[in-house]
Design a protein around this ligand. Structure first.
Ligand code: SAM
Length: 257
């Protein structure tokens, strides 16, 4: 069966809102690549943090639209123009979602705690001077501060609070964000990780990584901490062995503390 994605001609725009770009398309490609699993997952609550134009959350809803019970969709963005544009994009595709203009999920923590079955995030990940992070308007779309990690490092603990026991997180990272280190941090919190899409352009190398809670990992989380104390090399070895194609991660990790 042909899958439907949001149509670019129906995606609304505004000069202060991030237009769908390579990273947005890579995130959508990851969702399409994992579509069979997503359909079998029967998510009840799906969420996007940083919805921008609405291209990704609309596509997620279209992918899941044949899902018998349907899911509830929530999208947030710190940029009020993005919330308006996303509303128009959703309407143009006949899709419904609750839209909230907020910082990550501020004000939603109690309501959504441990309820989100699927979370998608294409965060501001570009390394920039720290003072550029959180600026009003379009700059908030990409400004990621030191190593592009300022907003990412705020989103991950929120995701951990909101994801349900069977919750999945799909998130975009740049090599400069040190995704292997992020996987180690998430592993210590009990998450397994898998690269769903990896795409390199002349300018950047994007990874779309899926995280999910893994009870086996929770059990050996202590082991991981011990291993980390006795030398990060062992932790990295164990992680990299999960990603045999990612020899470059080994290289990237030589700079890890
Ligand atoms: C790279 S753009 C991605 C937009 C859209 N999801 C896509 O893939 O095309 C990042 C989005 O995150 C939003 N954003 C940045 N910081 C945020 C924060 N602290 N809380 C919520 N949204 C944020 C930006 O306004 C922007 O719309």
């Amino acid at each position: 069966m042909l899958h439907r994605t949001a149509q670019i001609r129906l995606v609304s725009s505004h000069p202060e809102v991030y237009e769908p770009c390579d990273d947005s398309f890579a995130l959508v490609d990851a969702l399409l690549a994992d579509r069979t699993n997503l359909l079998a997952h029967h998510p009840t609550l799906c969420m996007e943090v940083g919805c921008g134009s609405g291209y990704v959350i609309t596509t997620l809803a279209l992918i899941l639209e044949l899902e018998a019970n349907g899911a509830y969709y929530i999208a947030t963005d710190i940029n009020p123009h993005a919330v308006r544009v996303t509303r128009q994009t959703l309407e143009a595709h006949g899709v419904q979602a609750e839209l909230i203009n907020t910082d990550i999920a501020s004000g939603l923590e109690k309501r959504l705690e441990r309820l989100v079955d699927v979370m998608v995030v294409n965060p501001p990940y570009v390394p920039t001077p720290e003072e550029e992070v959180g600026r009003v308007g379009i700059a908030s779309a990409w400004a990621g501060g030191d190593n592009g990690r300022s907003v990412i490092d705020k989103i991950l603990p929120v995701a951990d609070k909101l994801l349900s026991d069977r919750g999945w997180l799909y998130m975009v990272f740049l090599s400069a964000n040190n995704p292997s280190q992020i996987c180690i941090q998430m592993r210590e919190k009990g998450y397994a990780a898998r690269i769903v899409v990896q795409r390199s352009t002349e300018e950047e190398s994007l990874h779309i990584i899926k995280f999910w809670r893994d009870s086996d990992i929770q059990i050996d989380a202590n082991e991981m901490v011990i291993a980390k104390k006795s030398g990060q090399a062992r932790v990295l070895e164990s992680l990299v062995s999960q990603f045999p194609r990612l020899s470059f991660w080994k290289q990237g990790n030589e700079t890890c503390n």
